[in-house]
Every structure is written in structure tokens, then in C-alpha cells.
Design a protein around this ligand. Structure first.
Ligand SMILES: [Zn+2]
Length: 281
């Protein structure tokens, strides 16, 4: 069996304690360190695991989604120290300077003590519980929307609350230069993760096809490597999007279905299951 793990961003325990945005999104880097230390020899690359006809009970494959800068800062030194391979799935818009709506929303909530969402009613978000609760409610509302609609909503509530996100602008993601360095690293493989981090679960659409194709082309052009691995944002996929991936030249695609790979021969290589690293560490 092989257990494939997926994570996103990492931070120190101090930052997770003191910074609201880190507390929402980041995994404690010390937890990853201890997971790797305890299981160093079990971590394999996808190729190593695939080359076994039957994966051993204990194979682990590390994958990280989105392209956070913390992969370069915190994770890379661990991979090098313990010689652990990793697949990095990059969302091209994030490397081009855009920020995920979840992070923009969390930053807004972090920086406010009270907010207005509709009408004049003020919502007290001065304590952490209220902040998390408000964040989760708005995130849930925006999640099924298109990126244009999410943008419109965020800009509207930001201006209603006199919040200028540009003054708090922080770069959460890798630069193309860092991505190139990682792409050339012997321990790291690069995969696609769409252009704008949309869910591909929805029915046939030209924009889904473009997201799959254009992100692959951009990664291959900017990093000068072939890109045949993919992970679905939020795990979402369907028959049509799996066909898009195959037609575009992808060979392996990873979901967020939480189960082990029992045998690569019996596995649908466009629906490879993975475990959330936060539930493992
Ligand atoms: Zn993602």
C-alpha cells in the first residue's frame, strides 16, 4: 500500500499562535519535521512507488498544493536534510501575483475588530472565536461562486469597511525564480493545479478546459520542464475534466479522496487518492 499525503503552507508554531492567517491555513513545520524524521525511509517519489508492482504497506508520497513560499523557506531544507522527494502542484495565477480569496478574506478579518456586511449592523469580530466563525461563514458563501463574483463581493465588503488590502499586501506564494529553482531540484517534481484555483467538478465548460491547458503550457514554458502531474483544486473533478487532462497530456491526477493506494495496477491514475497532512501529523 502507499499513502499519499497532501499539504499546503507551513509556519512556525509561534506564527500559528500569533498570526490569524497562519492559524487558519498553516501546518506547524515542526510537525512535518517530526513526521519526516519518524518515517524518513518510507518516503518515495511517485516513480519509485510506481515501479513496484505492489506498493509496500509503508510507502509514503509527499505532495504540496498551490505553491506557497513556505515550501521554499521551511520545507525545502527538510527535504534536503532527510532526502525526501516531493511533488509540488503550482497554481499559476498565484505565482503571477494573485492571492487566493480565502487568504484575502482571512487578512481582512484579521485586521478588523468589527465589520459591516449588509445594512448598518455591525458584527463584533474582536475575539478569535468570532473571527473564525465569520471567516468560515463568508468563505462558505463564496466557495461555489466564480472568481469574478468572489472578487466583486470581497471588493464590496472591503470598501464598505474602509479596508485597503494593498496596504497589508504580503506575498504568500513562490516567485517564478524560486519555482524554477525547485523545478530543477532532484528531489522535486512539478505538477499543475489550474490557473485560478477553480473547482473542476462542475459540468463541461470551456473555462475548465482552458484552466487545465493554459496552466500546463505556462508551467512548461516558464520552468522548461514537461508537466504530466496534476492535482484538482479542492479535489473536485468529473468525467469531462479527467478527459481534458488526458487530452492535454497529463498522465497522473491527484484528488483529496482520503484512502490508501492498494495497488497501482488497480488504481485510476486520474483519481489518485490522498490524505490531508493535517489529519496525519
Ligand atoms: Zn489548492
Amino acid at each position: 500500500m502507499a499513502k499519499i499525503l497532501y499539504g499546503h503552507t507551513f509556519a512556525t508554531s509561534e506564527s500559528i499562535r500569533d498570526d490569524f492567517v497562519s492559524s487558519i491555513f498553516a501546518t506547524d513545520i515542526e510537525k512535518l519535521r517530526s513526521l519526516i524524521q519518524r518515517n524518513q525511509s518510507r518516503f518515495l517519489s511517485l516513480e519509485q512507488s510506481l515501479s513496484k508492482t505492489k506498493p509496500d504497506k509503508d510507502d509514503l508520497i509527499l505532495t504540496l498544493d498551490d505553491g506557497y513560499a513556505s515550501v521554499y523557506t521551511y520545507v525545502l531544507p527538510l527535504l534536503e536534510k532527510y532526502q525526501v522527494p516531493c511533488i509540488l502542484f503550482l497554481t499559476t495565477d498565484f505565482l503571477n501575483g494573485k492571492t487566493a480569496y480565502e487568504i484575502r478574506l482571512a487578512n481582512f478579518i484579521a485586521n478588523k475588530q468589527e465589520i459591516i456586511l449588509t445594512g448598518q449592523k455591525k458584527i463584533d469580530i474582536s475575539n478569535r472565536i468570532a473571527k473564525v466563525d465569520t471567516y468560515e461563514k463568508i468563505r462558505g458563501l463564496l466557495k461555489p461562486w466564480s472568481s469574478q463574483k468572489r472578487n466583486y463581493y470581497l471588493q464590496r465588503i472591503f470598501s464598505m469597511n474602509n479596508y485597503n488590502e494593498m496596504t497589508k499586501k504580503q506575498n504568500y506564494y513562490l516567485s517564478w525564480g524560486q519555482a524554477k529553482e525547485l523545478a530543477n531540484h532532484p528531489l522535486i517534481s512539478i505538477g499543475g493545479h489550474t490557473c485560478s484555483h477553480i473547482t473542476l467538478r462542475n459540468k463541461f465548460s470551456l473555462s475548465a478546459y482552458r484552466e487545465v491547458r493554459d496552466s500546463k503550457i505556462e508551467l512548461e514554458n516558464n520552468l522548461s520542464i514537461p508537466v504530466t502531474l496534476f492535482s484538482y483544486p479542492y479535489g473536485g473533478n468529473n468525467f469531462i475534466t479527467r478527459r481534458y487532462l488526458a487530452a492535454t497530456g497529463y498522465e497522473y491526477a491527484f484528488t483529496t479522496k482520503q484512502r490508501e493506494v492498494l495497488s497501482w495496477q488497480k488504481e485510476d491514475l486520474f483519481q489518485i487518492p490522498r490524505f490531508d497532512i493535517d489529519k496525519i501529523v
